[in-house]
Design a protein. Structure first.
Length: 111
């Protein structure tokens, strides 16, 4: 208890020594570095891959929408950002290009 009171008296009277300002900012810098490596960088990489997948889509690809609809691309309207998706015989729907979650690979297409 006496130690605590002496520390409080030293800091309040201004007789305490100044600490290194880098010692204060170092934990904050480390937190931001960890957040960048664990959160921001993987998310940016995932978005880049999704954008590349959307740019590489072409007619005839099997895709899954964000809503879970499986279909084949019947056409693409580039200017409007719309994809015409054939989901069954004589059934086509128009969806936004960004709502496509992924393209199906060879083994997934056979199902």
């Amino acid at each position: 208890m006496n130690l605590f009171l002496s520390i409080v008296a030293m800091t309040s009277s201004g007789q305490g020594t100044q600490g290194n300002p880098m010692g204060f900012f170092l934990p904050i810098i480390l937190i931001f570095a960890i957040m960048y490596l664990l959160i921001f960088r993987p998310q940016a990489k995932k978005q880049k891959e999704h954008r590349r997948m959307l740019d590489d889509m072409q007619k005839g690809d099997r895709v899954v929408t964000a809503g879970g609809i499986y279909g084949t691309i019947a056409g693409i309207k580039e200017k409007e950002g719309i994809v015409i998706l054939k989901i069954d015989n004589n059934v086509k729907i128009e969806i936004t290009r960004s709502s496509i979650a992924r393209t199906l690979t060879g083994s997934e297409q056979k199902k």
